[in-house]
Design a protein around this ligand. Sequence first.
Ligand code: KG4
Ligand code: ZN
Length: 405
Amino acid sequence: MACGGRHGLILGIETSCDETGAAVVTTDGRVLGEALASQAELHASWGGVVPLLAKGEHAKAIDGVVGEALAQAGAVEGGLSAVAVTVGPGLGLCLQVGVRKARAIARAHQLPLIAVHHMEAHALVARMGAPGVTFPFLTLLISGGHNLLLLARGVGDYVELGTTLDDALGEAYDKTARLMGLDLSRGGGPAVEALARDGDPKRFRFSVPMRSSKTCDFSYAGLKTAVRLAIDANIPDAETRPPGALSAEERQTRADLAASFQNVAVAHLEDRTARAIDTALAMAPAVSSLVVAGGVAANQVVRARLEAVAAGRGLRMVCPPARLCTDNGVMVAWAGAERYLLGLVDPPPAPSEPDDIRVDIRPRWPLGECHDTRAAGKRSRQTRDVFPSLTSLTLQGAQAAEQSV
Ligand code: KG4
Ligand code: ZN
């Protein structure tokens, strides 16, 4: 039987990209069960995530992953308090698999549903358990699709201080790994990080992006191109040569390139984060923590160097454990728990709801409202099909609640 005690018991489901994740957590922050099915190996041979293939893998894995999380927790569906699921941002085809599964469970047992923003879940999981991070805090979210600096003022309430003008850092790591012909079966980022340990970070002098810019925005496209040109010039055909076909000298050059790329990529994070700390403290002097989360936050060099930046400005850096930085079900369940405690839930689906109903998914869904409107104007962000930000929706909800009192 469910062992959540008097606390709420939340099932979380994550299928936004290439990991099928599920977990059961209590509202006081205990993880009772968690399961994950990764597709990294499948997509490695295609050089990136193929949405249709990913959808098929989620569909195959979802029942088993959810069943495993519940079994570990000693819980049954009917004993849950609510079901939380990532509704965006992410790949539409993939999001649908998780949302349909969550709706089916919620409908069968008439449980409340909780719509989770994937990037908010990355940030909030740092608040799970003791000692916990309190609002307001600054957060740097670094993943395969996003590079965000945000002032987190509360659940659903974020001010965007900076974003990427082109690529995300995880994307740059993945691309670098691919161009170097590394084994991608455990992900491009971990492969580059491991290789960089044997390299000289000063051998290739790539320039740090946007050094003279006064914003907190990021740009990784130029560095990505510089690394590609350096690989082409020093290790021709590195991407397609069979493993073992590199000379000892080429292998050392490859390690030096990995280390030099990482050194500059992290220097850019340091610059922008330092600037964002100053901005955040001016806006909210009570900020005392920097939360670094998202897949790239699993990287040890990133953690060590950002910790020094935070400490130098009087902040404590908090990173979730590495397994909770990359996509997982626990972060979704915990974001659900935070929302459940605040009453931010949707009613159960009608018992008569058909399985093929059009579900609410938000592939392009900003988290915060932009702090600097001048900077926002310069960003090339496309606005077509973008859902209103989570923060604007939270504000609307609060205003509606006030009016109805
Ligand atoms: O958050 P995440 O699991 O999925 C998205 O929401 O995108 O982040 C995945 C990204 C990938 O680009 C992956 O290469 C990168 O995080 N990543 C890393 C490391 N582990 C994962 N990048 C650098 N070093 C790592 N150790
Ligand atoms: Zn993610």
